[in-house]
Ligand binder design. Structure first.
Ligand code: XMP
Length: 510
């Protein structure tokens, strides 16, 4: 186990992820974790993360000098390096800033930089630099504007790099982390997806004890993987509520029900609330109003059912959620509220409920969740499914929602997705869907005039949905999809393909 102490750096979690990729367990603790908390985890090594502060800021996150003497090797990254230097009576000063790509000149490999060439590309992001260190430290490398870009002190087992080995822009950063984890800390490989499910299941058992867990499930990858973990840990003591808001994709409800029944879930409840949702949305055209109505209606429906279940199962004390790590960084951004673009309703449930939240996937990235799902034998169709927003088709029908428009967009979407799957493009795109624009235009079909809706096809490539590019789907395929939609979906006489990027556009339309 390698502990990463979080000093507020944006890559803190990535360090943890890279250590796990090396096959070693890793966990983040706050920078002010006590000696006892750290030693209880029996770490082989500790990494001090980067952070936005200067070690001399009044409010800078710091730790006591004796925390460098815990008897395990410590690697400081960026701010972490500066902190080690300061606590060891070195001199840290604001110097020329370094942001982005840089060239590292390795003077001495030591153990930390073993295997690195004389010059290496690294990625840096700092304002302060270490100017001097006591003589017991060996300087290993420098950059043009930073004399001490890496050091080691083998007696005291203190190591530091001013650059970020965890990012892909430092091509041999992995080697530096490997040197620390295996050569210096002598860690053994204990982490892989095969035992991750066991670890998470054990953790759930310990946390939940004799109590039960209530969950809102959507049929998406994250909530399905979380639900299956709960089921494996506590069997019929997980209660899943699946709300059909009438804005799901074609066959989605039966697909979700089938998967849960194939896993043997005893307490799975589908609530058909479509007429309630559709009636509350009648006449509403403002995107944020639509989102709010869907969010509050979802909570109303969920709470009503939860109360019914809780009457017979007072032992329910936990609310299970499929939150993954990127959901948490997004919702933790302080500026997010200030510049709210769209309100996602998924994270607002627990505030209204008096249950303790349990999120077994909260440290994982999407691809790790998919790998975990594979070891849990969840079918590929579920694991590789494109993301689908909580408000469903409502935000893909621009303007007012009517049953006719829902049917049109759902049918067009099914054709689009079927063709993408047949041609192999489904797996090459992050997300693809049809949307309906409430504009009618004139067309001609079989000698008759038509006055019908426009369907817009949106397919994007992305790695995290924060930015996205439009997918370059071949024209013959687009042509086939367009004619299948116009010929088969009544009410549509034109199909458009969206070629805008995010930003400035977004993936969904509302
Ligand atoms: P945008 O449209 O903001 O979408 O570029 C980025 C990603 O988020 C998904 N999305 C949502 N997911 N609840 C969700 O669970 C929501 O309210 C919601 N709105 C957008 C969207 O599908 C895309 O993957």
């Amino acid at each position: 186990m390698i502990i990463v102490l979080n000093f507020g750096g944006q890559y803190c979690h990535l360090i943890c992820r890279r250590i796990r990729d090396l096959g070693v367990s890793s966990e983040i603790l706050p920078f002010n974790a006590s000696k006892e908390d750290i030693l209880m985890k029996q770490p082989r090594g500790i990494i001090l993360s980067g952070g936005p502060s200067s070690v001399y800021d009044e409010k800078a996150p710091v730790m006591k000098k004796n925390m460098l003497e815990l008897g395990v090797p410590i690697l400081g990254i960026c701010y972490g390096l500066q902190l080690i230097a300061k606590l060891s009576e070195g001199e840290v000063k604001q110097k020329q800033r370094e942001y982005g790509k840089n060239i590292l000149r390795v003077q001495k490999q030591g153990i930390l930089l073993k295997g690195l060439k004389k010059t290496e590309q690294v990625w840096a992001s700092h304002g302060d630099s270490v100017l001097s260190l006591p003589s017991e430290f060996t300087i290993l490398a420098s950059t043009e504007s930073c004399r001490i870009a890496a050091f080691e002190n083998n007696n005291r087992k203190l190591f530091g790099v001013q650059f970020h080995p965890e990012v892909t822009h430092t091509p041999h950063g992995k080697r530096v982390l490997q040197n620390f984890v295996f050569e210096i800390c002598q860690s053994e490989k204990d982490w892989n997806m095969k035992n991750l499910d066991k670890l998470l299941i054990d953790d759930i058992k310990k946390t939940v004890g004799k109590h039960s867990v209530l969950m809102a499930t959507s049929g998406g990858v994250d909530s399905t993987v979380a639900a299956v973990l709960f089921h494996k840990a506590i069997n019929e003591r997980v209660f899943c509520i699946f709300v059909d808001h009438g804005l799901l994709r074609r066959n989605e409800r039966s697909e979700v029900e089938n998967i849960y029944s194939s896993f043997g879930f005893k307490n799975f409840y589908t609530i058909d609330a479509s007429s309630l949702f559709i009636s509350r949305l009648r006449g509403v055209t403002d995107p944020e109003k639509k989102r709010t109505i869907i969010g509050t209606t979802f909570i109303d429906v969920f709470e009503k059912k939860a109360k019914e279940i809780e009457k017979y199962h007072p032992e329910i004390s936990f609310l299970g959620q499929g939150t993954i790590y990127p959901d948490r960084i997004e919702s933790a951004q302080p500026s997010k509220e200030a510049s709210k673009i769209k309100s996602h309703h998924n994270l607002s449930l627990p505030e209204k409920m008096k249950l303790k939240v349990i999120e077994p996937l909260k440290e994982l990235y999407k691809d790790e969740v998919r790998d975990l799902g594979k070891t849990l034998s969840i079918p590929q169709e579920i694991l590789n499914r494109h993301p689908f927003p909580g408000p469903g088709l409502a935000i893909r029908i621009v303007g007012e929602i009517t049953q006719e428009r829902i049917d049109i967009v759902r049918n067009a979407d099914a054709i689009f997705i079927e063709e993408l799957k047949k041609s192999g493009f489904y797996s090459k795109t992050w997300q693809a869907f049809a949307a309906l624009f409430p504009v009618r235009t004139v067309g001609v079909m079989g000698d008759s005039r038509t006055y019908d809706y426009c369907i817009v096809l949106r397919a994007v490539t992305s790695t995290d949905a924060m930015t996205a590019d439009w997918a370059k789907i071949p024209q013959p395929l687009l042509e086939k999809i367009s004619s299948r939609i116009i010929n088969n979906v009544r009410g549509v006489n034109r199909v458009f393909y969206d070629i805008s990027q995010k930003p400035p556009a977004t993936i969904e339309y509302e």
